[in-house]
Design a protein around this ligand. Structure first.
Ligand code: GLC
Length: 586
């Protein structure tokens, strides 16, 4: 280490803050610490500009800081030139990993005010710098009037040894308006995927261990499943348990099988799978007191596939039960137009989505009115002799999301059985969605109302991108997926918002009116992977993993702040472990 300064950084008491010389790095760190990401971006833009001006040697770390801050900041992304992000190809894997993990850890620790961890990360960073043959320049950051929490050490590598290595930091002043607050709603800035990887490496393991502990705790030995939340939702839900099974599979835990087996015990003789299996008699969702008369998106086929791929003992009976459930949808819920229909918004799983507003809230949305509407719809539903919902005189709709998940389920069933008819059904549904639901203006798939409804079926909601899971129309797929990441209108720092960030209807904290949902994030991540778009998948993973940690494994969260909402903890948040797994490495 060639330089250590113990001088406290005077951050001033006026409305403006000034940083000079090597303190710019400290300024950047302090902005990150304080969560003022716009200011961090500003500082990093200065670093970037000075790199360009002086043509000083640009180290990997310099560039990573620019990228990291670009990634972290919210507004003003145009001030950061991401083209200056590093090309790490010249470094071998351990070196790269060393840089990235230490840097990630540093940012995460600083943001969490964990100074022990900051110091440990700083030490590792210094070691990583030394490994590359460059001597690190150490800046010690002192306590200040403004930045009360800033008491640790930050290691920062400048542009190499000697004067030319630090020259580019000279005479730079960064101003920050003390009263500046980043805007509440904002899209993600553009980001290069290796920078996201830097963050992911640091948190994937945390997500997996916390998800596992949470799911272990939620496990209900008597029922053989996890309730979504012990207090708010003490029953077994169809798609919730499917996502839980995906999480169990990611841990290689046999409870994936037990949870799905329990799900199938709710199946009726002709194959119908209910949306809820009650643990104690309940009412209000059709004539039966042991289970709901409605269904939910058939995520179970994918869950079986995930369990099989994890080497768990998926039995022939389970695969057959999955096939019967899909047959039931095909035989009883397919409209003349070839699409699958639902007879209550609950069946889509997106209960209060703005896509139901033409039915449920033609004069403006309000949660009480919607709940009343949902109950009224039960009254007018037609049930068969088994108590299974078959039609509704006021609400029938072919949603993009339900059809997409059904088509995907058929494709998964094809993979499980090798039977061609499932692949044919998947293709047929995909074709129908592209022909009947594609909205050229929005670049999304709409829903199609069959009874009631109106323009709300075209409201741009993020689940309108789910047909990307199965479509063969590459143009449609890419247009839809493009909206999920980077500057895309659904991209938030901690996940995708349910409505675009600039939509006047957006309520980022309100149930199905804006928050990010971990189960949808999983499906969208799968869609990006299915498209072979690994950078997009990586960015989705990065945001959702950060989001789930911030939100404390809650039911859903604000995609811009990461503030959790709904039930907490919530079992399906564990599905993020399946997202984290591929990024663990080793
Ligand atoms: C809510 C959600 C639904 C979920 C259920 C249990 O009703 O809208 O998607 O399955 O809670 O978690």
């Amino acid at each position: 280490m060639d330089e250590v300064s113990n001088a406290p950084v005077d951050l001033g008491t006026s409305g403006w803050l000034a940083f000079e010389d090597g303190d710019l790095a400290a300024a950047l760190a302090s902005f990150l610490t304080d969560g003022d990401l716009a200011a961090a971006a500003f500082a990093s833009a200065w670093i970037g500009d000075s790199l360009a001006e002086t043509s000083a040697p640009a180290t990997v770390l310099d560039r990573l800081l620019v990228g990291l801050a670009a990634r972290l900041h919210g507004a003003g992304s145009e001030s950061v030139d991401v083209a200056r992000l590093p090309d790490l190809s010249g470094f071998d894997v351990p070196e790269r990993a060393g840089w990235l993990i230490a840097l990630t850890d540093l940012a995460v620790a600083a943001a969490g005010d964990d100074w022990e961890r900051v110091n440990a990360a700083a030490d590792r960073l210094v070691a990583a710098v030394e490994q590359t043959g460059q001597a690190p320049h150490l800046v010690r950051v002192g306590r200040s009037t403004k930045w009360e929490r800033l008491t640790g050490s930050i290691a920062y590598a400048s542009g190499g040894n000697g004067p030319e290595g630090t020259a580019w930091l000279s005479n730079i002043t960064v101003f920050r308006d003390r009263h500046h607050r980043p805007p509440a709603h904002r899209p993600n800035p553009p980001v290069a995927h290796h920078v996201v990887l830097a963050e992911l490496l640091g948190i994937a393991a945390d997500v997996i261990s916390q998800a596992r502990a949470m799911l272990d705790d939620a496990w209900n030995l008597d029922s053989g499943c996890c309730y979504p939340n012990r207090y708010a939702y003490p029953h077994q839900w169809l798609w919730d348990s499917s996502f839980n099974a995906v999480a169990w599979a990611a841990f290689g835990d046999h409870r994936a099988i037990v949870e799905l087996q329990h799900l199938f015990t709710g199946q009726t003789a002709d194959g119908f799978l209910p949306h809820i299996r009650y643990t104690t008699p309940s009412s209000g969702r059709g004539p039966r007191s042991d289970r709901s008369s409605y269904t939910q998106p058939p995520v179970f086929a994918h869950a079986l596939r995930a369990a099989a791929e994890a080497g768990l003992q998926v039995t022939d009976e389970m695969i057959a039960a999955s096939g019967r459930a899909l047959d039931h949808l095909w035989d009883h819920r397919r409209a003349d137009n070839g699409l699958i229909f639902i007879v209550h918004p609950w069946e889509a799983g997106t209960d209060d989505s703005p896509r139901w507003d033409s039915w449920a809230a033609p004069h403006g949305w309000d949660i009480d009115r919607l709940s009343r509407y949902d109950r009224d719809l039960v009254e007018v539903t037609r049930f068969d002799t088994d108590g299974v919902a078959v039609w509704n005189d006021r609400f029938v709709c072919c949603p993009a999301s339900f059809n997409a998940i059904t088509a995907w389920a058929c494709a998964e069933q094809a993979a499980l059985t090798g039977e061609q008819r499932w692949a044919e059904r998947a293709a047929a549904l995909a074709e129908r969605m592209d022909s009947l639901l594609w909205n050229e203006n929005e670049g999304l798939w709409d829903d199609l109302p069959l009874v009631g409804g109106g323009p709300s079926s075209s409201v741009p909601t993020v689940d309108g991108t789910l047909p990307a899971l199965v479509t063969t129309d590459v143009d449609h797929r890419d247009r839809a997926l493009h909206q999920l990441t980077g500057c895309g209108r659904f991209a938030g720092r901690y996940g995708r918002s349910f409505l675009p960030f600039d939509d006047p209807q957006l309520q980022p904290d309100v149930y199905w009116r804006g928050p990010a949902w971990p189960n949808l994030e999983y499906l969208l991540w799968q869609a990006a992977r299915a498209a072979g778009d690994e950078p997009a998948a990586l960015e989705i993973a990065d945001a959702v993993l950060q989001g789930v940690l911030r939100a404390g494994f809650s039911e859903y969260w604000n995609p811009y702040s990461g503030q959790g909402a709904g039930g907490k903890p919530y079992a399906w948040a564990a599905v993020t472990a399946a997202i984290a797994r591929p990024y663990l490495g080793g």
